[in-house]
Design a protein around this ligand. Structure first.
Ligand SMILES: *[C@@H]1O[C@H](CO)[C@@H](O)[C@H](O)[C@H]1NC(C)=O
Ligand SMILES: *[C@@H]1O[C@H](CO)[C@@H](O)[C@H](O)[C@H]1NC(C)=O
Ligand SMILES: *[C@@H]1O[C@H](CO)[C@@H](O)[C@H](O)[C@H]1NC(C)=O
Ligand SMILES: *[C@@H]1O[C@H](CO)[C@@H](O)[C@H](O)[C@H]1NC(C)=O
Ligand SMILES: *[C@@H]1O[C@H](CO)[C@@H](O)[C@H](O)[C@H]1NC(C)=O
Ligand SMILES: *[C@@H]1O[C@H](CO)[C@@H](O)[C@H](O)[C@H]1NC(C)=O
Length: 496
């Protein structure tokens, strides 16, 4: 037997190899909860690794994409959630290329920056030249460089070194995940050399790298308030990811990032159940039973991948309950409007040009995190703006900041975790013996589209690895241990 098997392997090696690559395990039915970048990447990677599995994606909203989403303002499309991708982000750049998206200038129309503290602009950079993201353009200008040197010494260089080193560590993980998936975020981050910065605050980390407190409290705070709506008490890792977005190496896409989850799901061949909230996931002898708001959707699965922060799925319950450390999400209000800023609000004479990007320091006198021009309409003499704030800005608050305004659209996001280093991670595997996984445990490291895709890939590989380690039979993957009833005559039947 052994010999004949060996011979046939040699004889049919190419065929067998193909088989091994395509179908290493029996086909299983997989439920993915959430259709954002994490869920759609998981569906895509699962199909790419092994197209025999049957994949269903459950989405509580009527659209796919989660926190990458279009918003329309007077007929023009903008992005309400995530907008830019770093060029070193292998997955997001690869997806965009595969889906034929066109690179576009990042959202903020240059070329000027002001950092507002509620009373004055502590820094204004108006003479900006060169190309790339807003940040890079400032550094391209020697006037700016001199001004920065004068105010912050060499801090910009130390900050860049910190971010560059972090990115270098980050990029080592792609090859590692492909070989051995990780069963916990701690193990994964430690192997990347990036666990330590999740345990310390950004401000502590930067001080240890020689960055001046003034630079931290003006520039770094301004950036973390734009990206995460929080100050430099966020972890070093989240802060590093946030500051990487300002290194001039980022791109946006003309068609919008929402095309990525849409495209990935289309390519994956998964069945997407829109407007379907998953209410419960119950572990059964054969696998998992889902209760959803959609009676037409299938409900029995061999494996379940949770691809949304559990905090954003308040109706979802697990039987038995799962253990996750408490985590608060940070609410961010994105207000989009057409109009013109009110120079008087910023203590300037009327007719003054205000910076195209107004970032802010942490101060009770400041009601918003940032205000950015996202498109100019020279023929109309107005602009499209995106305003981020922690609290909803009511009409009265907006009418102080803008002298003229119409087409106001408000989007409220439960956007990312409220970070507080040292970060504690939820498990990636909820069911030690089973196939129930949690992708968005990763968000305690850094909430970002590339991280969503990367950590979804890790979970998919972990699932395939776990599947290959167990036999799936007519009684599901638990058939080996607990799914059989043995009748009096000694016959085995599946537990129903
Ligand atoms: C992208 O463009 C190429 C070449 O035009 C085409 O073959 C491919 O199908 C396109 N991909 C998608 C997802 O539209
Ligand atoms: C990168 O990883 C190495 C170890 O692998 C570590 O010593 C270093 O501190 C890490 N860099 C950063 C910026 O965290
Ligand atoms: C920074 O954020 C933390 C957490 O939200 C908060 O406790 C702290 O007061 C903030 N710092 C300042 C200077 O406002
Ligand atoms: C979405 O589901 C809700 C109830 O769960 C229903 O009232 C609504 O009409 C549905 N929308 C669509 C587009 O199916
Ligand atoms: C902040 O917003 C609140 C509520 O919208 C408003 O009452 C208050 O005057 C605003 N404060 C500043 C400094 O703009
Ligand atoms: C916006 O307001 C301006 C000035 O009040 C007005 O001229 C313009 O027509 C308005 N635009 C729209 C789309 O309502």
């Amino acid at each position: 037997m052994a010999i004949s098997k060996a011979c046939s392997i040699v004889a049919f090696a190419p065929l067998l190899l193909l088989n091994l690559l395509v179908a290493p395990t029996a086909a299983v039915k997989v439920a993915i909860i959430g259709s954002g970048v994490a869920g759609s990447s998981a569906a895509y990677f699962l199909n790419k690794e092994d197209p025999t599995h049957e994949v269903h994606v459950f989405e509580q909203h009527e659209y796919v994409g989660g926190r990458v989403k279009d918003v329309y303002l007077a007929g023009d499309r903008f992005e309400a959630g995530a907008t830019i991708v770093h060029r070193l982000n292998k997955h997001m750049m690869g997806f965009a290329k595969m889906l034929n998206l066109t690179e576009a200038e990042p959202v903020y129309v240059g070329p000027s920056l002001g950092i507002w503290n509620g009373h004055e602009f502590v820094l204004r950079l108006d003479s900006v030249v060169g190309s790339g993201a807003w940040w890079a353009r400032f550094l391209d200008s020697w006037v700016t460089r001199m001004r920065m040197l004068w105010r912050y010494g060499l801090s910009p260089i130390w900050e860049q070194q910190y971010v560059t080193a972090m990115l270098a560590n980050f990029t080592t993980i792609y090859d590692k995940i492909a070989v051995t998936p990780y069963a916990s975020m701690e193990a994964l981050l430690s192997d990347m050399g990036l666990y330590a910065p999740t345990q310390r605050q950004l401000a502590e980390e930067l001080l240890a790298h020689g960055v001046d407190p003034l630079f931290i409290n003006e520039i770094c705070v301004a950036i973390s308030r734009i990206n995460y709506g929080q100050n430099t008490t966020i972890s070093g890792l989240a802060g590093g990811v946030s500051m990487a977005g300002g290194d001039g190496n980022t791109v946006g896409f003309a068609q919008g990032l929402q095309r990525i989850p849409e495209g990935l799901l289309a390519l994956s061949g998964a069945t997407v159940h829109l407007n379907t909230t998953v209410l419960s996931v119950t572990t059964t002898p054969k696998g998992y039973k889902l209760e959803t708001t959609n009676p037409q959707a299938p409900n029995l699965f061999d494996a379940v991948l949770v691809a949304t922060p559990l905090e954003n799925a308040p109706n979802l319950h697990f039987n038995p309950a799962v253990k996750v450390p408490p985590r608060k999400m940070q609410t961010t209000h994105a207000t989009f409007l057409r109009g013109n800023l009110n120079p008087a609000f910023f203590g300037q004479p009327s007719g003054t040009d205000l910076p195209k990007l107004i970032a802010t320091t942490e101060s009770p006198a400041v009601n918003f995190s940032s205000i950015g021009v996202i498109r100019a309409y020279p023929d109309r003499g107005d602009f499209a703006f995106k305003v981020f704030s922690r609290e909803k800005l009511d009409d009265a608050a907006l009418d102080q900041i803008f002298r003229q305004r119409n087409e106001t659209v408000r989007v409220e996001w439960s956007a990312y975790p409220h970070y507080s280093a040292p970060e504690i991670f939820a498990p990636i595997k909820f069911d030690e013996k089973g196939l129930l996984y949690y992708i968005n445990s990763y968000e305690n490291a850094a909430s970002a589209t590339e991280c969503a895709a990367l950590f979804a890939e890790n979970v998919v590989r972990l699932l395939l690895h776990d599947l290959s380690a167990r036999k799936v039979n007519a009684c599901g993957w638990r058939g080996e241990e607990q799914a059989f009833d043995v009748t009096d005559s000694g016959q085995k039947t599946c537990v129903s």
